[in-house]
Design a protein around this ligand. Structure first.
Ligand SMILES: [Fe+2]
Ligand SMILES: [Fe+2]
Length: 135
């Protein structure tokens, strides 16, 4: 069963952003699915790696939009991305060293972070970018 599913309430009003958020949700669900099925560490590690790199490219894409259009809340938003990046990189490093596993707590953390970030932080730039002609 998926731990997270797309809802229209997640829509930012920017199509490419929404597409990438759906992909992040898919990756979180894939990791959760692999965890519940007790998949091998190599399988979990591969999905975790995809999630880490997709997060990095997604954050970079949003930040480029902020810079291009002069989004006034960019600094705070970038700071939130940076903190999350540090957390997922630390998790990946711990995981690769065998010091951490993918648990339900980890999955809940990822799911709750993305939910809160999209609803509380990403959605704020929607109207601003729309006003700059970005849909
Ligand atoms: Fe986002
Ligand atoms: Fe964001």
């Amino acid at each position: 069963m998926p731990i997270m599913s797309w809802s229209d309430s997640y829509s930012t009003g920017v199509a490419e952003v929404d597409r990438q958020h759906k992909k992040l949700i898919d990756l979180i669900n894939s990791l959760h699915d692999a965890m519940t099925k007790g998949q091998a560490k190599a399988v979990l590690g591969k999905i975790l790696g995809e999630l880490v790199s997709y997060c990095a490219s997604h954050f970079a894409m949003e930040e480029k939009l902020f810079d291009t259009h002069g989004y006034p809340e960019a600094a705070d938003h970038k700071d939130k991305h940076q903190k999350m990046t540090a957390k997922v990189l630390a998790l990946q490093s711990q995981f690769e060293q065998g010091k951490a596993t993918i648990t339900l707590d980890v999955m809940n953390f990822l799911q709750q972070w993305l939910d809160k970030h999209i609803l509380g932080t990403d959605k704020k730039y929607g109207p601003f970018l729309n006003s700059k002609g970005v849909f």
